[in-house]
Ligand binder design. Structure first.
Ligand code: ADP
Length: 228
């Protein structure tokens, strides 16, 4: 295990105002994530999981504290640099796939790569390889509406890792799937992380799935607490 975490949150704080009251959602979050490590974030609704994932993914800035990506502090970066770093280093999977409905599975995986500047043909080659790896080789020309829920979510995973990020952040990625499909999609994620050195932080309510991950953490009083 390398000594520099690929992702580190240090004393991260985030509060929201609700009228006169201040809600301290994150209140000194410390979390270190290493390459190839899979971490389950298990906490009740409203505990701040999405907020934490947004901050970890550089989509939001914390009110205090620092997010390091591969050892580099991100708080002083301007929005442009943060966006570039996010596109190369971080992949997201959400509860709902958010695929573009008018594009095929293949095109959905090609797009983030061409946006990043990769040549279309090379992007398509990589997309086909990824979709094949996720056992979607026979579905590449299908539109999202022609795919099952599990297939849609596997395309979303392929899209999330299309630019070979170091970190995958997922917010209830199997929350919308039946238990068998959830298990299959989750197994795909685990295999991907373990075979590619990807670090994955996955918010889930599913304790069976959390048990299959390397580490389990929760949010308590706005801080990260390790679970057994
Ligand atoms: P979780 O993902 O664990 O369900 P969230 O991070 O979505 O939790 O939300 C944590 C808390 O912060 C909730 O009480 C939510 O209502 C509140 N919250 C989230 N976003 C905002 C916002 N933009 N303004 C005010 N309160 C918010």
């Amino acid at each position: 295990m390398s000594s520099t975490p690929i992702l580190e949150l240090s004393r991260v704080a985030r509060h929201y105002r609700e009228g006169e009251t201040r809600l301290d959602i994150l209140n000194g979050v410390d979390l270190q994530l290493y390459s190839g490590q899979t971490v389950a974030l298990v906490a009740p609704s409203g505990a701040g999981k999405s907020t934490l994932l947004h901050i970890a993914g550089l989509l939001e800035r914390p009110d205090d504290g620092e997010v390091f990506v591969a050892g580099d502090a991100t708080s002083d970066m301007d929005d442009n640099d943060r966006t570039l770093l996010r596109r190369t280093a971080i992949g997201f999977v959400y509860q709902f796939h958010h695929l573009l409905p008018e594009f095929s599975a293949l095109e959905n995986v090609v797009l983030p790569q061409t946006i990043r500047g990769l040549d279309g043909r090379e992007a398509a080659r990589r997309a086909l390889e990824l979709l094949d790896y996720l056992r979607l080789g026979a579905r590449t020309r299908h539109f999202p509406s022609e795919l099952s829920g599990g297939e849609q979510q596997r395309v979303a995973i392929a899209r999330a890792v299309a630019n070979a990020p170091h970190v995958l952040l997922a917010d209830e990625p199997t929350g919308n799937l039946d238990p068998r499909t959830a298990e299959h999609v989750f197994a795909t994620l685990m295999t991907l992380a373990r075979n590619t050195g990807l670090a994955a932080l996955i918010a889930t309510h599913n304790l069976d799935l959390a048990d299959q991950m390397d580490r389990r953490v929760t949010l308590y009083d706005g801080r990260i607490v390790e679970l057994a």
